[in-house]
Design a protein around this ligand. Structure first.
Ligand SMILES: *Cc1c(COP(=O)(O)O)cnc(C)c1O
Length: 546
């Protein structure tokens, strides 16, 4: 007589992919995936979201508890699909919302494969050939940004924030040797521009420096770090005997695609080392989580333009190329394949020009007695993670093989072409102003004005003259209303989903400037959807002005 649990166990075993080859069962597995896809497909409509957006009941969610008995794979799938309802469809031609790309088929297969057999990238004993995939991605990316591959090194980690954390951590070890073992017992600061990502505060906090040790350098009108201001601020820190843990150069800001002048920042760093006879070289980390992909244009033939981009697009690509092709001057570079690389979350790589830098955060073997007794490749001895998934690595590798340099040039070129087209349309109206005119990326920030406003002068006046405070505020409100209308319409299947930034920049007198934001990252966007943006914004204006 068998125990009652045996019957249940037999059912449970069916819920796993079979460890021993079983083609019949494989087709059950694939079929289950198909069913999930079918069910998600049924949520699609003319709207750029799946299913519906209903109010979220967190109180009810808080009542969840483990069910007494389980359900079938089919029933679980049906439940899971419900959680997708209301999600934005990042690839939808009507989505211009944020830096969230649609993932490719190959990258999704990469995630699946790297999950099926659960490789752990900490050690090649547990990841085997996936360790090679990571080394290949490090080499490929190092070559792309201009590092010498036989000296460079890197690891995949938990996001763009993780890549900047690595850069700042290595920099901290250089400034305060032994901080990893003895702790941070001195002050050190992190420099980044006001247009840089807010993760700088988080990183400084988690590193034990405190978010107050972030020195924010003003940005210029192109949303790039004011390097003269950096020189002065850094000089002041060093004169009072302070230390510099890291300088973060942003290569593609999140809101405006501002690009810092890395060469100038590195030159200032070198001068300061000389002037103050520093015993360490302050670490320069390039936060290129968005901008890295523009490296595919480093050797594009701009003169003959083989891909046939329009002159305006070509100019935008060439403008971005100037700062991007200096990426190799940075001591480390952060790359998000889950942003401009069309991979699903999480797929982020931090590269170091000198792989030996990673030795600064190596843990001694004695701390990890049950691991790393043999094998040659043990990134787990210096990574922040213990278990580290391979999905992000295979997804990135999949896309690099799928697209090649040319494919990436086509996608990046197209989204830049579409955002240039949008600017052309917006600038063709007297009631809109493009704010980040001098940034050449996929993101366009603009403001809409009511009738009677001279849009040729208002941008300058609002941002500089304190007498415009009230007017600036009322235009902020106006733009929020435009956003709400356009958003509501898009959710009903009429128009395009944009986003709103509460503070594109602050005015000279300290007032936040609100802006509408179009972030084009879907290869499915075409001229037609660009025209829709302009039409919808005009419609909103007519409604509000009455
Ligand atoms: C998105 C972003 C980050 C943070 O990256 P995550 O992958 O979201 O952690 C950091 N810097 C910039 C410039 C970004 O755009």
């Amino acid at each position: 007589m068998t125990a009652p649990y045996h019957d249940l166990l037999a059912k449970i075993r069916i819920c796993f992919p079979q460890p021993i080859s079983n083609r019949v069962h494989d087709s059950y597995f694939v079929h289950s995936v198909m069913r999930a896809m079918d069910a998600v497909d049924a949520l699609k409509s003319e709207r750029p979201i799946l299913g519906q957006r209903l109010p979220l009941d967190y109180v009810k969610a808080g009542e969840a508890s483990l069910p007494e008995s389980g359900m079938s794979v089919e029933d679980v799938t049906a439940e899971l699909v419900q959680y997708c309802s209301g999600l934005a469809i990042p690839g939808h031609p009507h989505t211009q919302q944020n830096v969230i790309p649609p993932p490719t088929i190959s990258s999704l297969i990469g995630i699946l494969l790297a999950s099926l057999y659960n490789p752990n990238l900490g050690w090649d004993e547990y990841s085997h050939r996936l360790a090679l995939a990571e080394v290949e991605m490090v080499a490929m990316s190092a070559r792309l940004v201009g590092y010498e591959p036989d000296r460079a090194g890197g690891v995949f980690t938990f996001g763009g924030t993780g890549t900047t954390l690595y850069g700042a951590k290595i920099g901290l070890e250089k400034a305060i040797p032994g901080a990893m073992t003895s702790g941070v017992r001195e002050d050190a600061v992190i420099f980044a521009s006001e247009a840089s990502h807010y993760c700088r505060y988080n990183i400084a906090g988690w590193l034990g420096l405190g978010s107050r040790s972030v020195v924010t350098v003003p940005a210029d009108s192109r949303n790039a770090m004011n390097v003269e201001a950096f020189r002065e601020q850094a000089g002041a820190v060093l004169r009072r005997g302070g230390k510099i843990a890291a300088v973060i150069a942003t290569m593609g800001t999140t809101d405006a695609f501002g690009l810092d002048d890395l060469a100038a920042i590195v030159a200032v760093r070198d001068e300061l080392v000389e002037e103050f006879q520093l015993p360490y070289q302050p670490h320069v980390h390039a936060d290129a989580v968005i901008g890295w992909a523009w490296s595919v244009f480093n050797d594009y033939d701009f003169e003959h333009n083989p891909l046939g981009f329009r002159p305006r697009t070509l100019r935008a690509l060439a403008g971005a190329r100037l700062p991007i092709h200096r990426l190799s001057l940075a001591d480390s570079v952060g790359i998000d394949f889950h942003k401009s690389g069309f991979a699903p979350y999480i797929s982020s790589l931090v590269l170091f020009k000198q792989r030996d830098d990673l030795g600064l955060i190596q843990r001694p073997q004695e701390q990890m007695p049950y691991l790393y007794q043999f094998g040659t490749h043990r990134p787990g001895m210096h990574t922040i993670e213990t278990s580290r998934a391979g999905g992000g690595i295979l997804a990135a590798l999949a896309n690099m093989k799928l697209f090649g340099k040319q494919g990436l040039q086509v996608i990046i070129g197209h989204i830049v072409e579409m955002s240039q087209l949008l600017r052309e349309h917006l600038e063709g109206n007297e009631w809109t102003t493009v704010l980040n005119r001098e940034n050449f990326g996929p993101v366009t920030l603009f403001r809409v004005y009511p009738r009677g406003i001279d849009t040729f002068r208002i941008k300058e006046e609002e941002s500089k003259d304190v007498a415009y405070r009230e007017l600036l505020r009322s235009h902020n409100e106006y733009n929020r209303k435009v956003f709400q209308y356009v958003h509501q319409e898009a959710m009903e299947g009429r128009g395009v989903v944009l986003s709103l930034t509460d503070c594109y920049r602050t005015s000279a007198y300290g007032e936040p400037i609100v802006a509408l934001k179009s972030f084009i990252l879907s290869p499915f966007v075409d001229e037609e959807q660009i025209e829709v943006v302009v039409r919808k914004v005009l419609e909103a204006r007519n409604r509000i002005d009455g």
